[in-house]
Design a protein around this ligand. Structure first.
Ligand SMILES: N[C@@H](CCC(=O)N[C@@H](CS)C(=O)NCC(=O)O)C(=O)O
Length: 215
């Protein structure tokens, strides 16, 4: 198994970087400077024609889309138990939540942060307002899920859902409605941020905000 992750600190590569650390498998990283536009340089576009991060080169083949990469890694490392196995009771809820995060929450985040760039700046405020409503709905849903069953988002143990969800929750920290304003999400965030792999991830990416206060 050979992995090379193209990443940039704090962005959509974060969940994949975190999962690689949690798995404890060997991997290499290559930092992409989004500010200077490295993601649009020909060398990177050959790996990822959409010019976005992350790209994970798996045994020589570049693969994309953060949620798909988490699911692929779970499949390649079943012994880590980071996804419920096919046929188990939690499998349906895992699939449902991964797809919800990937096709509802991730696009709303893209709209929230890229409305001026991806679309007409004249309409950007309306796009951001709709994105904020979608994000509020998502946090209501996840908060209710955690109210009914605190712990991890799926079942009794850490899964790919937690890596993806916590990355998305982190992105709300400077938005009008940070996810820490939802009580069950706040408790969940606090629990997950205590994981050694999350602390290690932040150290490796040089991220110093959105960490638990030292005990
Ligand atoms: N659906 C993609 C979204 C990737 C994405 O939008 N990445 C952003 C960073 S969060 C990016 O590369 N932005 C640079 C750009 O669009 O120029 C995924 O989940 O991997």
């Amino acid at each position: 198994m050979n992995y090379l992750l193209y990443y940039s600190p704090g962005v959509a590569s974060l969940c994949v970087h975190w999962m690689l650390i949690e798995l404890g498998v060997p991997f290499e990283t290559h930092r992409v400077d989004l500010k200077s536009g490295q993601q649009r340089e020909p060398e990177y576009l050959r790996l990822n024609p959409s010019g976005r991060v992350p790209t994970l080169v798996v045994d020589g083949t570049p693969r994309h889309e953060s949620a798909a990469l988490l699911m692929l890694l779970a499949e390649r490392h079943p012994e880590a138990g980071l996804a419920p196995a096919p046929g188990t009771a939690e499998r349906g809820e895992w699939l449902e939540t991964m797809i919800f995060l990937a096709n509802t929450v991730l696009p709303a985040m893209r709209d929230r942060f890229y409305a001026d760039i991806d679309g007409d700046p004249a309409g950007a405020d309306a796009v951001r307002a709709l994105a904020d409503r979608r994000l509020d709905d998502a946090w209501n849903r996840l908060d209710a899920q955690l109210a009914a069953r605190p712990g991890y988002l799926i079942g009794e143990r850490l899964s790919t859902v937690d890596f993806l969800a916590v990355m998305l929750l982190r992105w709300t920290r400077n938005l009008p409605h940070p996810a820490t304003g939802w009580p069950h999400l706040a408790a969940y965030i606090h629990r997950i941020r205590a994981l050694p792999s999350f602390i290690e991830l932040n150290a490796r990416e040089g991220l110093t905000d959105w960490l638990n206060e030292p005990a």
